[in-house]
Write a protein that binds this ligand. Sequence first.
Ligand code: ADP
Ligand code: MG
Length: 354
Amino acid sequence: MDDGRRAIKRLASDVVNRVAAGEVIHRPANAAKELVENALDAGASTIHVQAKEGGKRLLSVQDDGHGVRLDDLPLLCERHATSKIETYEDLKTCASFGFRGEALASMSYVAHVTCTTMARGAAHATRCSYADGKMDRDGAKPCAGVPGTTISVENLFFNVVTRQKALKSASEEYAKILEVLQRYAALRTDVAFTCRKQGESRTTLHAPVAESRVERLQAIYGPAVAKDLKTLEFDTATSKKKFDFKLKIDGLISGGNYHSKRTTFILFINSRLVECAPLKRACESVYAAILPKAEKPFIFMHLQLPFEDVDVNVHPTKQEVQFLHQDAIVEVIQSKVEKILLATNSTRSFTVQT
Ligand code: ADP
Ligand code: MG
C-alpha cells in the first residue's frame, strides 16, 4: 500500500560526495583559493596561476613547494585525507590553511583533476589524474617537470549542470579568481605571484617578492591605491591602555585622496582570508563621517589573535570565522581608524589654510 511515505535509504557515497563538493566549491575562484592555500602550505615561494575561460575550462596552479610524496598520491583526492592534522586537538594550534582534507576531493567530484609533482632533487616528475576521489586506473606516470606541484582543474561542474549554469561570464569569473590572488598576494609579500589568462603572454597580476606591503600593494593595485595609504598598527601587548584580550593589528588604510566607487576590504585573521561584515561596516561608517568624499576606502587588515580565541571550523569554505571579544575588537579598530582619519583630515585643512 502506498501511503506516501518512503523508506529511508543511505545515499550512495558518490551522491554524498558530490553534494558535499557543492559546499566547498561554488565557482572557479573557490578552487583557486584552495589551490593557492595548498601551495602556501607546501612552503612555495612562487605561485603561477593560469585560467582558461575564467577557470571554467581550466584552472592551473603551479608552485615550487615541497611536492607531494609519491606514496601519498593515491590519497591526494580522497575525502577527509590530509597531511596537516591528526587529532581534533591539533585544530587548536593548526597554522596551516588546510585541515579538512576536502578541497581536492571536492574538486575531483565535480571536475577533472590532474597533479604533476616533483620533489627537489628527484630525477623526474610524476603525473596522475583523478576522478570521484580516486586516482585513475592507469596510475602515476613519470614525466618531465620542475620541482614543486602543479594542480590542474578542468571542466569544472561538467557533471553538475545547475552549477555550470549558475556561473557568470568568463571575464567575471576570471575577475573573482584574480581578486582571491590579489588578496593572498597582499598578505604574503614574501611569495611571488603571477596570474594570467591561458594563451596570453601578458600577466594580469605580476607581484614579485616585495620589501614592504606598500610596495606589494603598488604592484597589485597600482599607484592610485599605494600612494595614499596610512599605517594602522596596534598591539595590546604594548598599549598603555589595558585590555582583557590579546590583539595585534597590522594594517594599511586609504586616506582622503583615494577615491573609488566601492570599498575594498581585505581582512585576514591569523593569516586566514575571512569576511567580517560588522567590522567592514564599522570602518565604512568612520570614513563616511570623517572623509565623506573618500567614503569608499581601501583597507587591508591582518588581525592576529590567540589561536584559542578563534574558531576556524565554522564553514567548509572557512570564509567565516568566529572569534571571541568581537564587539570590543571592532570598537578598538574603529577608534584607531578614526584617529588616523582625523589626523589626515586636520593636515589637509591645515594645508588649505596656509
Ligand atoms: P587539506 O589542505 O585540508 O589537507 P586538500 O584536499 O587541500 O586538503 O589537500 C590534501 C593533501 O594533499 C594535503 O594535506 C597535502 O598533503 C597534499 N597537497 C595538496 N596540494 C599540495 C601542494 N600544492 N603541494 C604539496 N602537497 C599538496
Ligand atoms: Mg587544502
